[in-house]
Design a protein around this ligand. Structure first.
Ligand code: FES
Length: 353
């Protein structure tokens, strides 16, 4: 094969007087001669339209296989659901969904490679190094290259391949939509967060010992970390229940409490109980400042005023801490009057309040 002629840029650079422009291409003083490329050998698909048509059908078949794989992944996901606590169902679901996704991705991959190998032109191209932005001539050449590539690959001409490729690419994300659905809560979050362990008559006990608390033990200025009676004895979901039901208990001089008349019966002789779960993003509100009667969340410094039903006085939290209505039983132990009247913790889309 004859040597390829040197480009004008290389000819200019290959002289003793040439001083390279800083930032431009690195041109060695004694460049290795370009051995050139082996001659292009035409493929059967270049020579025979029958083979060309066959290759085109094969490419389209790969893309269609990809569509089938995507749909199969969704069908398998629905037909073989994961049953909570049933490991074989998890394995079967993962295996079949994985198989569908594998076929979908491999179909697109094999189709694209086969298209390039058998139908697109295979001749070598020489690309000159140049500065980042090409001159007008280069840009025009680039545009011509795109046009030529389009012509050679037949992207606009081979409508069957193009359309099946579009179909495969459109179908490929469908399994992701179904799989992402699993990120949603499995149960209604309103019901989950509205309901905690607290119920009428349940005693307030110390965290973590579970010892019931008498109203007489709660002195002015003191604060108790509280959990519902019976929580330490739970075998299952102890952490989840604690994360929802944890409460802070404080006693203020009764005259300091500026209570809403509708909620006046929710405290007992200046003793008030509020959810410990911050309404910003759910950190435990753990710091009580007894002189100002402020609660502080250490995560992002939201402050709540206990005197004013824990309304937010500073920070990113948007809602007051929910109050737990309390009273005492006949033995003087603090008990809940009911569950929290509203969902605890951060706001969420489905929350009505
Ligand atoms: S979680 Fe309490 S302020 Fe952010």
């Amino acid at each position: 094969m004859a040597d390829k002629p040197q480009s004008s840029a290389l000819q200019k650079a290959d002289t003793p007087e040439y001083v390279p422009d800083p930032g431009a291409a690195v041109v060695p003083a004694n460049p290795v001669q370009n051995p050139g490329m082996p001659p292009e050998r035409p493929r059967v698909t270049d020579l025979d339209p029958k083979w060309e048509k066959q290759a085109e059908r094969r490419v389209a078949m790969f893309f269609m296989l990809s569509i089938v794989g995507s749909i199969a992944a969704v069908v398998f996901y629905v037909m073989f659901p994961i049953i909570p606590g049933n490991m074989p169902s998890v394995r079967l679901n993962n295996m079949l969904v994985g198989l569908g996704l594998t076929v979908a991705l491999l179909g697109v991959g094999f189709g694209a490679v086969h298209w390039a190998k058998s139908l697109m032109h295979g001749h070598e191209l020489v690309e000159e190094r140049h500065t980042t932005r090409g001159d007008e001539e280069t840009r025009q050449v680039a545009a011509e290259t795109f046009t030529q590539a389009n012509h050679e690959s037949g992207f606009t001409r081979r409508s069957m391949i193009r359309n099946t490729l579009f179909g495969a690419l459109l179908a490929a994300p469908i399994p992701a939509v179904v799989l992402l659905r699993d990120l949603a809560p499995s149960k209604d979050p309103v019901a989950l967060l509205r309901q905690t362990m607290w119920e009428p008559g349940l005693r307030l006990t110390r965290d973590p010992s579970g010892v019931p608390i008498k109203a007489s033990e709660v002195t002015i200025g003191s604060a108790f970390h509280v959990i519902p009676e019976g929580l330490p004895d739970l075998t299952y979901h102890k952490i989840e229940e604690k994360a929802k039901a944890a409460v802070l208990l404080m006693r203020l001089p009764a005259e300091d409490l500026n209570e809403d008349p509708e909620k006046a019966g929710w405290s007992y002789e200046g003793i008030v109980a509020y959810s410990k779960i911050c309404t910003h993003v759910g950190c435990p509100v753990a710091l009580y400042e007894q002189h100002t009667h402020h609660l502080l969340c250490p995560c992002h410094q939201s402050s709540f005023d206990v005197k004013e039903h824990c309304k937010v006085i500073f920070g990113p939290a948007a809602r007051p801490l929910p109050q737990l209505p309390i009273t005492v039983d006949e033995e003087g132990y603090l008990i809940a009057q009911s569950d929290f009247p509203e969902p605890i913790g951060p706001s969420f889309w489905e929350r009505e309040l």
